[in-house]
Design a protein around this ligand. Structure first.
Ligand code: NOJ
Length: 388
């Protein structure tokens, strides 16, 4: 019999989602407009999985699987639809979601910014506006005051480095810019905004850890590409790992490895790839958690990890390998507080629409009926046992 791999007491076992990807009809955001007008998105988000209305159904599933936590995001474009005008009704909606988490014994992990901006912010320059840290700080202060007593863990900005690279370097996400100086400046604005948001959340009620969540990767340099790799990783990871020192925790999010050639990142891979085209590389969890903990020197929560796979057995194989690596980190004394599988539901995968299936739960988008996949039950058993 193989050894039982037990995780620390009170380890958080969760699954993650984001507002724009599951709520539906987030019509006031820059992403909604991007979907309608850019021609760069496979299909519009539309009703998504209608989790705006069906959140209790989602939370029942999370509880029944045996998880003890749920990560979701709240939508700035709904909370502050026009500058300085905060919607009490929307904040009350999110209070109901938080209360529903607590009623099911789920620690709610709340992300304030997950890729989308209100249209008024985008129109006023978005992350390039000199006001952005002020606006995000004010938003966080409002959220902290209204919801702080119910928040379990607070995340300021989700993957600020992906918003920067996809929006200002590759020109794929809004605002579809490709300019290296602007790209570097936006990273800086992200770090400044994070600080303002930590302060905003902490000014309110509740005593909960606050951090940001960073997209990380196992970087691999091909021959002669070491310097190139270091340059890319400096902007994508290292400057953030320095900036979060002293925070309550860092959220590590990873999916694969990044292969760097002398000319830049290689996006087409031979061999075993996921539906996203990424190398099948669950080893990235161990690698990034070790690197993040050693550099940032703060507690780590794996706030996202998973795989796009139509074949659910691939998901189990991936998650199993990823969790074994995470356990090696724990065994070596790294302070890891939790793990969140991405994602609870098959949902709106940004530019790629609904074709990518990251969910442990399938959603029929004509009836919104949810059906857990075998990977959901498999993952729930690990959470219940707190062991692999
Ligand atoms: C990172 C993002 O936070 C999330 O929104 C996205 O769906 C997953 N990774 C999968 O690509």
């Amino acid at each position: 019999m193989s050894e039982r791999l037990t995780f620390p007491d009170n380890f958080l076992w969760g699954t993650a989602t984001a507002a724009h990807q599951i709520e539906g009809n987030n019509t006031n955001s820059d992403w909604w407009r991007h979907e309608q007008t850019s021609g760069r998105v496979a299909e519009p988000s539309g009703d998504a999985t209608d989790s705006w209305h069906l959140y209790e159904v989602d939370l029942d599933i999370v509880q029944q699987l045996g998880l003890n936590s749920y990560r979701f995001s709240i939508e700035w474009a709904r909370i502050e639809p026009a500058e300085g005008q905060f919607s009490t009704a929307t904040l009350m909606h999110y209070r109901r979601v938080l209360t529903a988490c607590h009623a099911r014994g789920l620690v709610p992990v709340v992300t304030l910014h997950h890729f989308t901006l209100p249209q008024w912010v985008a129109d006023a320059g978005g992350f390039e506006s000199p006001q952005i840290a002020y606006w995000l700080g004010r938003y966080a202060t409002t959220v902290g005051a209204a919801l702080g007593d119910l928040i379990g863990v607070g995340c300021t900005i989700n993957e600020p480095n992906i918003v920067s690279v996809m929006g200002y370097r590759h020109g794929i996400f809004p605002p579809m810019v490709s300019d290296s100086a602007r790209y570097v400046a936006v990273h800086e604005a992200m770090r400044e905004s994070h600080r303002a948001m930590v302060e905003g959340l902490k000014s309110g009620p509740g005593e909960y850890p606050v951090g940001l969540t960073l997209s990380m990767s196992e970087y691999v340099a091909l021959d002669g590409a070491e310097e190139k790799m270091r340059k890319i990783r400096l902007e994508m990871e290292d400057k953030y790992l320095d900036a979060v020192r002293g925070d309550d925790f860092l959220g590590v999010q990873c999916y694969s490895k990044s292969v760097i050639a002398p000319k830049g990142e290689v996006f087409h891979h031979d061999g075993d790839v996921t539906d996203m085209g990424y190398p099948f590389w669950p080893q990235c969890v161990e690698h990034t958690v070790r690197r993040a903990a050693a550099t940032a020197q703060v507690p780590i929560i794996v706030t996202e990890n998973g795989i796009a796979a139509t074949d659910d057995t691939r998901r189990i194989a991936y998650l199993d390998e990823a969790l074994r690596g995470l356990h090696r980190c724990v065994r070596d004394g790294i302070d890891v507080r939790g793990y969140y599988q991405w994602s609870l539901l098959d949902n709106f995968e940004w530019s790629l629409g609904y074709a990518m299936q990251f969910g442990i739960v399938e959603v029929d988008r004509s009836t919104f009926v949810r059906t857990p996949k075998p990977s959901a039950l498999w993952y729930g058993e690990i959470a219940k046992n707190n062991a692999l």
